[in-house]
Write a protein that binds this ligand. Structure first.
Ligand code: DON
Length: 562
């Protein structure tokens, strides 16, 4: 048995699992990435003949080195794919450890203990990223696994030039930890980082090399697993070796909905995002025509979307959770009759009473996203996270990577908001091996069976709004990719009552109108969207200007010369 396993591993590490012989003719390809290192790595893979999944794997591991706020091997994520026209969805979300219990973050009076689900080893769920990338490669990879890990290994070993924004984030985070008296090893690993200087991560390089040579087992077994196990034992954490060996990424059926002339392929539970985006687009279409000359980012648009979102977030809090543990009524929540009846309740000119919004079925701030389209028209939308910036703020000693604080995405106590202000109940309570509910919504939109849009975003619960608005901005209001990622976004999630979070950049008149209607406006940063849009002239790729993202398009003629 051992022999066959290692033969198989060796094959997977060196050869191609996916046959591209019957793929259609070569077209241009594009990447929209959260930093320049991942953009370069992904594009190099595409130019070498790799497909969108190969590029995604290379980028994912690079981000674990160059974007420690969110890129990771100690976290998880979701990947939405369309490969040879076939939609697929990979869930590599973290899981609660075996020893997790429902009330593990409550004190003796039943109150939520501050920071317990957000900081330190006990805040971490069992990481899913390496298993996810391994599963994606096994099913679709063209280039050898070893090749795909190489850019990350090199960047960790030889170092990378630290962008100013990363250095600023590290010092902001150190101050935050100090202020809250949260003691861990973050400064030991990242405190010496300096803008524009080389930053090397030797422990992380060694861990990545183990993953490079041993594949999935290089993380979930052997030395890395031992280091995680020991770190947990010494730091009041729960993850043990059995949790690691048993972790599996899951292929799930993506949500696919018809919307206008498009087919939207998006994230199923344990994401709440796909249901939410399908509801938003559906309710929007039901009511948009009732508003005369509906303009992009007008007060009327924001009000309509806020009313829609109230209903969406009420459903989210009640019905959504890990489908391996609870029955998620996904089909009912996106059924056209349900959408129609929910949309019909909306008053287009006045705010509805928050308390009156109930889940509608009858009884019966750092994550990172990237989008890739390869020369064969395959697409990957991948959102990955360790939850908050720099995750739980602690590094596995000896292995050199940050752990997630994803346990905060569970509902620690019914009705008590988590970091993102999201409330939940039984559906999202903590249970061993359960996946915590997510808002991550990597999404691909098809038109006439061809990839039209690849989109996604970080931003906690605001992800849902960012993704829905990126679809509406590009495909309903016809903004180009650059305009769409840079257009100000907004978000409403039922609670706090009548509060719309707004990004900088709305015109004052619009904001005044909303205030007159009774909305409270809360100025906030949103996560940066990275999207690819196909137009008659070809692919457009864009990363939001305010972030450190980078988008590249290689056109057909350039490809031919390559
Ligand atoms: O899965 C989720 O919904 C959250 N853990 C995402 C966290 C996030 O987007 C933080 N970023 N800005």
């Amino acid at each position: 048995m051992r022999f066959f396993t290692s033969v198989f591993v060796a094959l997977a590490l060196t050869s191609c699992a996916y046959d591209r012989s019957n793929l259609p003719a070569v077209e241009e390809h594009a990447v929209a990435m959260p930093d320049t290192f991942s953009a370069q790595a992904a594009m190099d893979v595409l130019l070498e003949g790799g497909n969108a999944v190969d590029a995604a794997i290379a980028a994912q591991f690079v981000l674990a080195v160059t974007l420690p706020e969110a890129g990771n091997i100690g976290g998880g994520g979701f990947m939405t794919l369309v490969m040879e026209g076939e939609p697929a969805f990979l869930d590599y979300r973290e899981m609660a450890p075996e020893q997790a219990t429902r009330d593990m973050y409550l004190d003796e009076n039943g109150e939520v203990k501050p920071y317990n689900s957000l900081f330190g080893a006990r805040a971490a769920g069992v990481p899913g990223t390496v298993a996810g990338m391994w599963a994606a490669h096994k099913r679709y990879g063209l280039l050898p696994w070893k090749r795909l890990l190489q850019p990350a290994v090199t960047l960790a070993e030889e170092g990378f030039k630290v962008p100013q924004a990363l250095a600023d984030n590290v010092s902001w985070y150190q101050q935050k930890l100090q202020k809250q008296e949260l003691i861990g090893n973050f400064s030991k690993y990242f405190g010496h980082m300096k803008a524009n200087q080389l930053f090397r991560q030797p422990e992380l390089a060694t861990t990545l090399k183990r993953i490079q040579t041993e594949g999935r087992a290089g993380f979930y077994e052997g030395e890395t697993a031992q280091l995680i196990h020991t770190y947990m034992q010494e730091n009041n954490g729960l993850i043990n070796k059995a949790d690691l060996t048993n972790y599996e990424a899951a292929w799930r059926k993506p949500i696919t909905v018809e919307w206008n002339d498009y087919e939207v392929v998006t994230s199923p539970a344990p994401s709440s995002g796909g249901v939410a985006v399908a509801q938003i687009l559906g309710m929007f279409s039901e009511r948009a025509d009732d508003i005369e000359q509906l303009e992009h980012n007008s007060a009327a648009y924001l009000h309509l979307m806020a009313e829609i979102s109230k209903r969406v977030f009420s459903d989210r809090a009640t019905y959504l959770g890990d489908p391996d543990f609870i029955d998620v009524p996904q089909a009912a929540l996106i059924h056209p009759d349900y959408i129609e009846s929910r949309a019909a309740e909306i008053n287009l000119t006045a705010i509805s009473d928050t308390d009156s919004i109930r889940p509608g079925l009858a009884e019966s701030e750092d994550t990172t996203h990237f989008s890739i389209v390869d020369q064969w028209g395959n697409a990957v939308a991948n959102t990955t996270t360790i939850n908050l910036s720099f995750g739980s703020g602690v590094v596995v000693e000896g292995a050199g990577f940050l752990l997630n604080d994803e346990m905060d995405d569970f509902s620690a106590k019914p009705g008590v908001p988590n970091f993102f202000g999201a409330v939940g109940g039984e559906a999202n309570e903590i249970q061993p091996h359960k996946r915590m509910l997510s808002s991550m919504t990597p999404t691909i939109v098809l038109h006439d069976d061809k990839v039209k849009l690849v989109t996604g975003s970080p931003g906690g619960t605001t992800i849902i709004s960012s993704v829905a608005q990126s679809i509406l901005s590009t495909l309903y209001f016809n903004l180009d990719a650059e305009q769409a990622v840079n257009a100000p976004r907004f978000h409403h999630q039922l609670l706090p009552k009548d509060t719309i979070r707004v990004h900088d950049g709305f015109d004052q008149q619009t904001l005044n109108k909303l205030t007159e209607m009774g909305y409270v406006l809360d100025k906030r940063r949103f996560g940066d969207v990275h999207l690819i849009k196909r137009t008659a002239a070809g692919l457009e790729a864009a990363s939001e200007k305010s972030g450190r993202g980078r988008s590249l398009v290689i056109e057909k003629d350039q490809l031919a010369n390559n």
